[in-house]
Design a protein around this ligand. Structure first.
Ligand code: G3H
Length: 256
C-alpha cells in the first residue's frame, strides 16, 4: 500500500484541483527532481489510479517519456480484464526507444494481458509526407481508435526540454522561445495562456479528441515542471486527474 500521507496534503490537493479546474489532484510527498523514492511513489499512485478506472474493453492511449514508462512497472500482472487495448498516442520521440509511446503501450499490454497497437513513424514529418501518410489505411484505423479511446495516460514536459530531447535545431528552439512555448504534451506546445502555439508534424491524438475521453490521467512532478504544468492546465479538459508531487504542487502554489 502506498503511503502518501503528510500534513496539509488534502488541502493542497483540493486547492490545486480547484485552481487548475480539473477533477482531482493526487500529490505524493517529496520532489521527483531530487528523490527517486518520490518518483516511485508517483508512478505507484498513477498505476493504482489507472487500475481503478479500467474496465473489460477499455482502450487506453499512452504517450512517451520517462514518467509514463515508469508507471508500467507498477501495474499488477493480471488477467482480470478481457480485452484491454493499449495504443500509442503518437509516433516516437527522441532516440531512446525505451521511452517511446509505442514501446510503453507494449509494456502495459504485456503486463495486463492486453493487446497493443503501435504507430511507427518519424517524430517530425515533412508537409508532403504528412499529407500522404494521413490517407494510409493503418493511420485511418489509428485515428478511429483515438475516437474510441476511453482513457489516456500522458506526461507533461517543459517545452524547451522536450525540444532539446527531440534534437530540435537552434532555429526551432529560438522560434519556440519567440512564440512563448512553455509546456509540451502529445506533441503540442502551449504558451502560458494554455494556447497551443505549435505542433510537431506527426500523426497522433488530436487535442479535440481529448474532450471526448472519459478519463485523462496526467502524470508529472518536480519543481522544475511547475510552470509547464500551469501552462498546460490553462486548457486541460475538466475530467483530467493529475498525479504529481509536493515539489511541483508547492511551487505552483507559490507562482499562483
Ligand atoms: O510530453 C511530455 C513528456 O512526456 C514528459 O517526459 O516524463 O520524461 O519528463 P518525461
Amino acid at each position: 500500500e502506498v503511503v502518501r500521507e503528510w500534513s496539509g496534503r488534502l488541502q493542497l490537493e483540493q486547492s490545486l484541483a480547484s485552481y487548475l479546474n480539473i477533477k482531482e489532484v493526487i500529490i505524493v510527498p517529496g520532489n521527483v527532481d531530487t528523490n527517486t523514492n518520490t518518483a516511485l511513489l508517483q508512478s505507484k499512485e498513477a498505476a493504482k489510479y489507472l487500475e481503478s478506472i479500467l474496465s473489460d474493453e477499455s482502450i487506453i492511449a499512452v504517450t512517451g517519456g520517462t514518467t509514463i514508462a515508469s508507471i508500467s512497472n507498477y501495474v499488477h500482472q493480471t488477467d482480470k480484464w478481457k480485452q484491454l487495448l493499449f495504443i500509442a498516442a503518437r509516433g516516437g520521440v527522441g532516440k531512446d526507444v525505451r521511452l517511446q509511446a509505442n514501446t510503453i503501450a507494449s509494456l502495459f499490454a504485456n503486463k495486463m494481458n492486453g493487446s497493443y497497437r503501435t504507430l511507427y513513424m518519424p517524430d517530425s514529418l515533412s508537409e508532403e509526407a504528412y499529407s500522404t501518410m494521413k490517407n494510409e489505411p493503418f493511420i485511418k484505423e489509428m485515428m478511429d481508435l483515438y475516437e474510441r479511446t476511453n482513457i489516456i495516460i500522458h506526461g507533461i514536459g517543459d517545452a524547451l526540454e522536450m525540444a532539446h530531447r527531440r534534437n530540435s535545431s537552434v532555429e526551432e528552439m529560438q522560434r519556440l522561445k519567440e512564440i512563448g512555448a512553455v509546456s509540451e504534451a502529445f506533441g503540442y506546445y502551449f504558451n502560458n495562456q494554455g494556447e497551443a502555439v505549435h505542433r510537431i508534424r506527426t500523426i497522433g491524438v488530436q487535442l479535440k479528441q481529448l474532450e471526448n475521453m472519459e478519463h485523462l490521467l496526467a502524470v508529472a512532478g518536480g519543481t522544475k515542471k511547475a510552470n509547464a504544468l500551469l501552462s498546460y492546465f490553462k486548457q486541460a479538459p475538466a475530467q483530467t486527474v493529475l498525479v504529481t508531487d509536493e515539489g511541483a504542487a508547492q511551487e505552483m502554489m507559490q507562482i499562483i
